[in-house]
Design a binder for this molecule. Sequence first.
Ligand code: MN
Length: 217
Amino acid sequence: MILFLILTTFFTMTTTTDTLSGAAFAVQALPYDYGALAPYLSEETMRYHHDKHYAGYVSKLNELLLDSPLSGQPIEDIILSADGPLYNNAAQAWNHELFFEQLSPHPRRDPSAALVEAIDRDFGSLEALQTQMNRAAAGLFGSGWVWLASDRDGHLSILSESNAGNPIRRGLIPLLGIDVWEHAYYIDYRNRRADAVAALWNVIDWGEVSRRYALRQ
Ligand code: MN
C-alpha cells in the first residue's frame, strides 16, 4: 500500500513536471495598463486585442504544438520552419508580443543616434520613413502587417506582409510592426485605417525600436 502510494505520487509528480516543462508558451502581460494608451488606443481595444486576439493565437499555438515535431522549439524556429496554421499562430503570437512591447504611454520620441543615422541614410528622414509606412499601411489589401526591418548590417527596409507575415522568414530582423488587421483599430476608428495608423505614432516608443536595432546581430 505504501509502495503503491509512493509510486502513484512519483508518477503524478512526473506527469506534472512534464506538463510544466513542455512546449506551452505563456501569454505575456501588457507592460502598461489597458487604458494607458488612450486616447490613441482605447481600453476596450486593448482588452480585445490583447486578451482575445493575441491570447487566442497563443492558445491555438499551444494546441497545435501538442501534435507537432516542432514542440519544444523556440518560437523563432517555429516561425522559420512551420507552415499553415502552426506558422500563422506562432507568427501572430510573436508579432503581437513585439507590437505591444513597442508601445508606451510615455514613449521615447527620438531613435538612438545609430538608428537616426540609418533612417536618414535609407529614407532621408524620420518623417519620410513614417510617410512611407503610412502609405504601405493604407495600401495593404486585407489583413497584415507593415514592418520596419533591418538586416544584420543595419540596412533598413519597409515590408508589407499579408496575414501573419513576419520578416524573420526573409532573414530580416523586425524592429517595428504596424498591425493593420481590422481588430487592431475597428472599435476606435471603424474603417479609418489611415487615422488609426497616424494616431499609433503617438505611442510608438523609439527607445524600444532602437533597442531592437542595437541587438540585431
Ligand atoms: Mn492584432
